[in-house]
Structures are given as structure tokens and as C-alpha cells.
Design a protein. Structure first.
Length: 654
């Protein structure tokens, strides 16, 4: 049986893949493991300069990356390698794997850079001070999630006659992502004003940061120190990021691109495009390879996910082999659970946590000691706030909170006070000044007058002779003095600060300051942390707790022994794509539970994805809170009938 490699870059023939799938599926456990290892090693040691790997969830990319890096170092002991991915946790895990690799020398490890593309882009732009056309001063700032709308509001203030809905930030951000700018006079003016304002603020958004980095590399190719490149999760990069990657790997010594067009998640969030990897798959300049065996998820989970994603596939989708590494195991089938109400679904979760408390406590301890990196349980939700569970969402939050090691994020109050302190230290920083003007509730029209005056005169906010800016500077100095005072306790400092500006949650602010003092030594590090947390904050988690509540889209790059997906109904999951649900399913290693709760957010039936699940690898149950009773139903039709009966009973009671 040949390795899954096409040296000449031609796509795999459908008929050959069908034959190979059958042959691979006929192997016993030992044969599967042997084939997986030999196939991955053949790819890692292949002499193709450019290689595209199509890799389904949990198919062993990390081992492939390490083996490829070692191969490159066997060819060139002085090689410099750059590895990038879209998801920060994947980056952190791979960095740990490289640090622990026994085959690489310390010098070689230091020559491997592992980074998200945004972090790398920032480093490039910082070194180049922007570009010739759009220069930045040293230590420019990142415009985070919340501040993007504020800055865009500052842009629109120059064009008060324009409809804010027609010329919304999301539309302009899409143009940045796609490097496809509208040519109308209005959009051209908005684009120019946005870039001028960014220059005034000495700041860039995440989307335009990518454009700046690509242009900086064109101007100054020496900024790229690497010769060998690994690009992970390629399917989630957009056109602007693809252009940066192409510039980066313009003439590579080695280039390994890995992705899966059926795991595209970020089409709406940042214009990720499955066409990019599909086009690359047709590009004969790249050798093609596949990783066929999932070693992460159990037999039934892998089979269920594989069956699910095969249903109603797009015509131009890359056909692939996705099989379990085991021919069978003791783990349960996928559990699809019907609940009458949200409190019933929450009771199911609470019972699962109670039944596994010893194992969860052990995982919490291992996570705290750095002995483990994955959660025991992921609770995946279609919506971040879980408002569709109404009051019951508080119970889920309390279950999760019990197993968190610490607050991983600082509060808004903390970052607010940090801005006042930072501005007192560096009053020439226009972007921090703009934040404080926002916190001070300065009228929008007056804020625009200050911005316009400063930009036209070539001054900073600090230089303006205005009552508002002088008052801001005075207040910042007073808050700085309070924070740096030796005698008072944190509580006393917060009371004093509250006389100068409003504080939403004094207790949380006290915890934050106790954890990380606001002082000159820490301020730069904390500001960078704020920016990193802002980077795609809806879709990433910094550090795992033993039990995590996270969005389905946010689960990318994560895994856990057990996964519970909630909101599996016709209302709350209607925005979830097939790809996203596939990714959610394959986060689970040992057990997967899919919960439908009627009445939550108006839900009346299970999501239509139910019809794409296989009865062979899934079981269907009703669950009742009273007595914690779980009764098996006859297939997916039995589950539908049960939900219909619940709806009928509910209507008769009205």
C-alpha cells in the first residue's frame, strides 16, 4: 500500500482514495499505527521544497511538524524555521513540543520561531517602523476589539453626512481582510482618513497590521530571517494573510502548508476562504499528502464525525480519508440527549461533573502544576453568553468557575485605570489619550474637534491648549500618585481613585491589582497582554481550566477527554456552520454528549444536523431532572418523537 503522497502535485483520484480507504480500514490496530507512522515519516523526510498536507482533526500534525523540522536541520544545521498558526493555543503547544524535543540542539531550538501570524506581523512592522508611505513611531499600539468601533467612529466624524450603517466598520474590515477596496469616492476618502488617523494614533488594527507587514517585507526583505516555513490551519487565513505568507515564503528552502477545507471556521469573522487551500491543492508546484488516521478521538466519535462531514459535501471539496486509529474501543457511542427544558439540560451537566469529580479535581491539579494542558470537560455553546438558558446559565457559570485556577483576564476597570496611569507616564501617546477621552465621557463632537485640531496642526493631544486635555493630564497625574503611594492599602487606593473616575466592580479591581500591580515596571508588559487578549478574543482561550465553557467556534485548537455540546436546536444553533459543528465534535477524546433543550430561546426541535448523524455510532436518550433518569430512545426518529410529544404536552397546558 503506497504512502499518501503525490510527488507531482496532482490531486488524489477519487477512485484511488476509495480503494485506499477500504484497504486502510481493513487494517488491524497495529497495521493502522504502523501505516500512520510510516506515512507521516515519509512526508516529513520528503525532498519536495513545497508540500501541502490535507489533515483532518486529530491526525497527528504536531509530530509531523517536529519530524519535518528535524529533517530540515539534517539538511542544514544552521537552518532558521518559522512556524505560524491562526490559533494561539496551537502555537503554545507546538512551542512546548519543540522545547522538549531531544533531537534539536539548544541553538537550533532558538532558531525556530513559533508565532501567530498577527504577532509576527507586529514584530515586522515594529522593526520597519511601518512602511515608507505609512510610518509609525517606535512602540506603536494595537487597536483591540472594542476600540476598533471607537476609532472608526472618529473616522466617520469627518464625514457626518454618510450613513453609518452603509459605511460600517465591518464592511471596511472586510475590505482590509480581502485586500479588495471599494473604489467609490466615499470609501476611498474613508480609507485614507482611517490610515491617517492610525498614523496620528501611532496604532494599527489587526487587519491592517497584516497589510503593513506584507508591504514592509516588500520594502525590506531582510526582515524575514527564516528560510523554512510551516503554515498551519491554512484554511482559516484570508486573502491579506495569504499575501503576507506568499511574500514571506517567496523563495523558501522548505515550505510545509497544512489545512483542511472542511474545518474553515472564520469566514464571517475574518473572511477565511476555503478556496485558498482548494486552489493550492490543484497547484502542481506543491507535492500533495494526507494524514488519514485520527488518533485523538475515540472510535465512535471519529466514525460519527467522519460520517457527518461526508453528508451533503460541496462539489469542490477536497476528498480525503478520515478513519479512527483503533478498530474499536471501550468508549461509548456519541450521546444525543433530549431535555424538556434548560434546567434539565443543566442538571445533566451537573450530574456529569458530580460523577467525575475525582478525575476533574485531579486534572485541575495537573493543570495548575503544568503536568497537563487540556481540559477534562469542554462545554461548547453556539453563543458566548448562553442567554438562551436564561437563569440556568448562572449554574453552568458556577460549575465552570469552581474549576478555574485563576482569573485569566483583567477587568475593564483594571485596563481603564491602566490607561490613566500609562498616559501619566507617556502623555505624548495619542492612542492612550484617546482612550482616556472616551473614559472621561468627552462629548463626541468635542472629541472630533480635538482630533481635527491636533491633526491639522501636527500636534499631539498633549500639546493642545484645551480645558479638556489639561483636565485629563491633571487627573492622570493624580491617579498615578495614588497608585504609587507607599502607605495606603489597595482598598484605600481604590476608594481614592473612585473619587476621580467611576469604578464598576471594586472587589474585582482589588483582586486584579493584588495579582498584578500597576507600576512603571509592569505597565508595558500589561499593555501588550491587553492587546494579545484583544486579538480574536471571541475565539481563543489563554489557559485551560479542568472544566471550560467556550463557544463552538472558540473550540478550535482545543481538546478534552469529554465534550458536551449545548444549544443543539433549531433556534440557537441556526448560525453554526457544518464545519464548526464538525470541529466541535472532534474536540472530544473519550465521550461526546449533544444536548437539545426545548423552550431555551424558543427552541422546539433538534437542529437539522441530527439527520446527518449515524445511528450506527450514536445513541439517543431522553433525560429527566427528577431522579436524573436517562432513557434510551429508538434512533434519531425516537428522539424526534419524544421532542414532539413534549411540545404537544406543553401546548395542551397553555
Amino acid at each position: 500500500m503506497r504512502h499518501l503522497i503525490n510527488d507531482d502535485g496532482t490531486p488524489f483520484e477519487t477512485s484511488e482514495l476509495q480503494t485506499l480507504r477500504g484497504e486502510l480500514d481493513a487494517l488491524d490496530d497495529g497495521g493502522r499505527t504502523e501505516y500512520r507512522n510510516q506515512n507521516a515519516l515519509a512526508i516529513a523526510q520528503h525532498d519536495a521544497v513545497k508540500f501541502l498536507i490535507v489533515s483532518g482533526p486529530g491526525t497527528g500534525k504536531s509530530h509531523l511538524f517536529l519530524n519535518r523540522i528535524n529533517y530540515w536541520y539534517q539538511q542544514d544545521a544552521q537552518a532558521k524555521v518559522f512556524v505560524t498558526s491562526f490559533v494561539r493555543k496551537l502555537v503554545a503547544d507546538l512551542q512546548n513540543d519543540i522545547d522538549d524535543d531531544a533531537q534539536l540542539s539548544d541553538e537550533q531550538k532558538s532558531n525556530v520561531t513559533v508565532s501567530t501570524l498577527h504577532k509576527f506581523a507586529r514584530r515586522i512592522v515594529e522593526k520597519n517602523h511601518g512602511t515608507t508611505d505609512w510610518q509609525f513611531q517606535a512602540h506603536f499600539r494595537i487597536i483591540g476589539q472594542f476600540w476598533k468601533d471607537v476609532v472608526w467612529g472618529d473616522v466617520l466624524a469627518f464625514y457626518s453626512s454618510l450613513d453609518r450603517n452603509e459605511y460600517a466598520w465591518k464592511k471596511f474590515e472586510g475590505q482590509l481582510h480581502n485586500t479588495d477596496f471599494e473604489q467609490s469616492g466615499e470609501w476611498q476618502n474613508l480609507q485614507k482618513t482611517y490610515f491617517k488617523l492610525c498614523k496620528f494614533y501611532n496604532a494599527a488594527g489587526f487587519a491592517d497590521l497584516i497589510l503593513r507587514a506584507k508591504d514592509a517585507l516588500v520594502e525590506n526583505p531582510q526582515l524575514n530571517e527564516a528560510g523554512d516555513f510551516i503554515i498551519d490551519e491554512y484554511q482559516d487565513f484570508n486573502s491579506a494573510e495569504d499575501a503576507l505568507i506568499n511574500q514571506l515564503g517567496n523563495e523558501p528552502k522548505g515550505l510545509l502548508v497544512v489545512g483542511d477545507d472542511e474545518q474553515v471556521l472564520y469566514e464571517k469573522l475574518k473572511s477565511g476562504k476555503p478556496t485558498l487551500i482548494r486552489n493550492l491543492y490543484q497547484n502542481n508546484n506543491y507535492a500533495n499528502g494526507m494524514l488519514p488516521f485520527c488518533g485523538r478521538s475515540s472510535f465512535h466519535i471519529t466514525r460519527s464525525a467522519g460520517h457527518f462531514i461526508q453528508q451533503h459535501r460541496e462539489a469542490d471539496c477536497i476528498e480525503k480519508i478520515y478513519l479512527p486509529i483503533k478498530t474499536a474501543d471501550d468508549n461509548p457511542r456519541v450521546q444525543v440527549i433530549a431535555c424538556a427544558t434548560a434546567p434539565t439540560a443543566v442538571d445533566y451537566i451537573e450530574k456529569f461533573v458530580a460523577d467525575n469529580k475525582t478525575a476533574i479535581d485531579e486534572r485541575k491539579s495537573k493543570l495548575a502544576n503544568g503536568e497537563s494542558k487540556d481540559a477534562f470537560l469542554l462545554i461548547l455553546t453556539p453563543a458566548k453568553e448562553v442567554n438562551f438558558y436564561e437563569k440556568s446559565k448562572e449554574k453552568i457559570a458556577s460549575v465552570v468557575a469552581e474549576y478555574q485556577a485563576e482569573n485569566r483576564y483583567f477587568s475593564e476597570d483594571y485596563y481603564k485605570i491602566l490607561s490613566y496611569y500609562s498616559l501619566a507616564n507617556n502623555p505624548q501617546n495619542n492612542f492612550t489619550f484617546r482612550k482616556v477621552l472616551y473614559y472621561e465621557n468627552i462629548d463626541k463632537a468635542r472629541t472630533h474637534e480635538l482630533i481635527e485640531s491636533a491633526m491639522q496642526s501636527g500636534q499631539n493631544f498633549y500639546d493642545l491648549e484645551s480645558e479638556e486635555t489639561k483636565r485629563v493630564i491633571q487627573k492622570c497625574s493624580e491617579i498615578k500618585a495614588i497608585l504609587e503611594a507607599e502607605g495606603p492599602t489597595i482598598e484605600e487606593k481604590i476608594v481614592s481613585i473612585a473619587r476621580h473616575t467611576s469604578i464598576t466592580d471594586k472587589n474585582r479591581l482589588k483582586e486584579d491589582i493584588a495579582r498584578k500591580s500597576i507600576n512603571q515596571e509592569e505597565v508595558v508588559k500589561i499593555e501588550h497582554q491587553e492587546e494579545e487578549e484583544a486579538e480574536l478574543e471571541e475565539i481563543e482561550v489563554k489557559k485551560m481550566g479542568a472544566v471550560e465553557l467556550i463557544t463552538i467556534v472558540g473550540s478550535k485548537g482545543l481538546s478534552a477527554d469529554h465534550v458536551i455540546i449545548i444549544g443543539f436546536d433549531n433556534v440557537n444553533m441556526r448560525w453554526v456552520t457544518k464545519n464548526a459543528f464538525y470541529v466541535a465534535m472532534t474536540r472530544a477524546r473519550k465521550s461526546l454528549h449533544i444536548l437539545t433543550a426545548l423552550k431555551s430561546g424558543g427552541a422546539r426541535q433538534a437542529h437539522s444536523f441530527l439527520d446527518q448523524l449515524s445511528d450506527e455510532y450514536a445513541e439517543y436518550y431522553s433525560y429527566k431532572k427528577s431522579g436524573h433518569i436517562k432513557n434510551q430512545l429508538q434512533g434519531k426518529q425516537g428522539l424526534k418523537n419524544y421532542l414532539n410529544n413534549l411540545n404537544s404536552v406543553s401546548q395542551r397546558r397553555r
